[in-house]
Each structure stands twice: as structure tokens, then as C-alpha cells.
Design a protein around this ligand. Sequence first.
Ligand SMILES: Cc1cc2nc3c(=O)[nH]c(=O)nc-3n(C[C@H](O)[C@H](O)[C@H](O)COP(=O)(O)OP(=O)(O)OC[C@H]3O[C@@H](n4cnc5c(N)ncnc54)[C@H](O)[C@@H]3O)c2cc1C
Length: 318
Amino acid sequence: MTATPTQTLPMLLEEVEVRRVDRISPSFVRLELGSPALADLGVDGPWWDQRFKLIVPHAPGAPLPTFEGAHAGWYAAWLERPVEERGVMRTYTIREVRGEGADTRIVVDIVLHADGESGPGATWAAAAQVGDRAVVLAPRRGEFFGGIEFVPGTASRVLLAGDETAVPAITAILAQLPPEARGAAFLEVPVTGDILSVVHPEGVQVVWLPREGAPYGSRLHPAVLEHLGLGADPQGAVAEDEVDPDLWETPTYSSSGEAVLDPAALGEADVRDGLYLWIAGEARAVTGLRRALVKDHGFDRRQVAFMGYWRLGVAMKS
Ligand SMILES: Cc1cc2nc3c(=O)[nH]c(=O)nc-3n(C[C@H](O)[C@H](O)[C@H](O)COP(=O)(O)OP(=O)(O)OC[C@H]3O[C@@H](n4cnc5c(N)ncnc54)[C@H](O)[C@@H]3O)c2cc1C
């Protein structure tokens, strides 16, 4: 009888252990997730805003699914199982990779929902203790995984803007930019206590915008527009039916089905101010910025990535 060779998935789908827990600010908990299997974690180039998936129990005390021997059809098979057994999958950012070989750890900063309801991801993180377990879906060295949206190309300046869910990505990008990089980063966070110390190039200005109870995006929107010299435009009302909860409009992908033009064909004359913009956060707030920048002020959509990282009142699909 011929033995069936074990199939290796082109990504890591591995159980990890919480190795360290730090409450770094009122709204963020930082976790280090480790497993000897993370020795194969890797991407070809900088991590930038690399996203990954975390599978956690659907409620405290519920089981964590096992993926041992998973094959190419694992995702569809996992989705068919009742949520009480399969847990939930949520998207986060690799804030940093620490250690090496069998001691490689993924650092993730998870937002504890400031107001409104919590979700399984935030609930799990809030209670996480060393030794707790979860499953990660992350890039395997040498294989294409996707999930990096920060692609500034030949832009001479960057503008990074986001709310607390984008703080891990923006701070990771800032830490990896070359020393000569120029631009600005705007980070809207729930409270003043969430202002973190960040590593960034001297030529990139970092502006923290504590909301202190104000609506999502209400500090980010005017700050970005003012920075671009477009006046302190107030965040115009965005109607419910204007908000795409899956908003993802990048130079190479459009969730609304808009024609995607080749970013490589973007001439210097089209690129306003030599700028590349990366904007992520609550979907309504990002929709408002997109409307202002692309529709009202004529930015070429090939120089901007607009990403709805979450939607107020809507649980992430998994
Ligand atoms: C590419 C990408 C990278 C991301 N990186 C990170 C990251 O590094 N750290 C991080 O914390 N988040 C990150 N997010 C956002 C995160 O995936 C969502 O916030 C997700 O909804 C959290 O799942 P949950 O189970 O806690 O809540 P869900 O079950 O999805 O939602 C339950 C309820 O909580 C609300 N909710 C969800 N998120 C928040 C929030 N932040 N504040 C207040 N209410 C909220 C929802 O509106 C809903 O009403 C990222 C998202 C994407 C797409």
C-alpha cells in the first residue's frame, strides 16, 4: 500500500500558547503568542501591516478547535461545524515578531472595546492569561500569504491615519519605515492614556487624537483634511446605506466593484503631492474620509488604501 504523503498547508494553521500578557494602556492588551511551529513564520520582505487570523473559543470556557492534519479543504469543513465547537476567527495585525526558531513569538495588540458590546476576540484577550491557547493562521516562510496592504511605491511622502484598531498596523509601519521617510501619522484612540511611545523616522510627524467619548472618526477626519490643506472640514454625515461594512478600497482591490486601474500606470502628474495615503478604522469613519478625499477633493484612488477594519454594531464574519 502506498502511504499518502502528509500535505503541508501553504500557511501556518497552528495552535499557539499565550506566553506573555501586558496591559499596555486602558484600551490595549498586548499578547505574545508562541509555539515551536512558528519557527516557519516568515514573509518575503518587511512585515509592514501584515494581518493574520486568530481563532479563539466563541465564549469563555468553550472549546478550541483542533486543526491537526488539516488539508486544503479545512476552511469549508471548519465553517460547517457549529460555532460552539469551532470558535470564531478574527483578524489582527502582527505588531512585531520576537525571538527566533522554536522560540518565535507573534506580538499582537488587541483593543478592548471602549464602548458598546464586546466581541469574542476582545473578550478572549481581556481575560487572557499565560498558558491560554488559540489558533493562528499566519504566513509560512517561502509561501505567498497576502495580507500586506502598505504599498507606497515611489511616493515621496506617506500619510497614515486610523483609529485604535489600526494603531498596531500604523505603529508597526512607522517602526519599519526607512530613516529618510517623510510624512505624517494620525492615530485616533479612545482616551489620552492610550497614547503609546512609538519608534518613527524623524521626518514623519506622529499625532495622537484621543476621542474622550466623541464619535468614531470625529477627531481623525478634520485632522487629516487640515493636514492636507483642505480646511478643517467637519466629518460630514455618512448615511447608513452609504456604509459598506466590508469596505476595502485599495489601489489593487475594490469591495464596491469599482474598476481597478493599474497602480503602476499612475503617472507623476496623477499623484497629488507625491503622497501615498493608508487609512483604516471604523467603516463609517473611513467612508467619510474616502468621500471627502476622492469624491470632494479629487485624490486618485490609486494613491490611497481605504480599509474598513470593523463596523460599529456589526460583528466580524467568520
Ligand atoms: C486587516 C485588519 C487588521 C486588524 N488589526 C487589528 C489589531 O491589530 N488589533 C485590534 O484590536 N483589532 C484589529 N482589527 C479589528 C478587529 O478585527 C475587529 O475590531 C473585530 O471586530 C474584533 O472582533 P471581536 O470578536 O472583538 O468583535 P466582533 O464580534 O467582531 O464584534 C462584536 C461587537 O463589537 C463591536 N466592535 C468590534 N471591534 C470594536 C472596537 N475595536 N471597538 C469597539 N467596538 C468594537 C462590533 O461593532 C460589534 O458590535 C483588524 C481588522 C482588520 C480587517
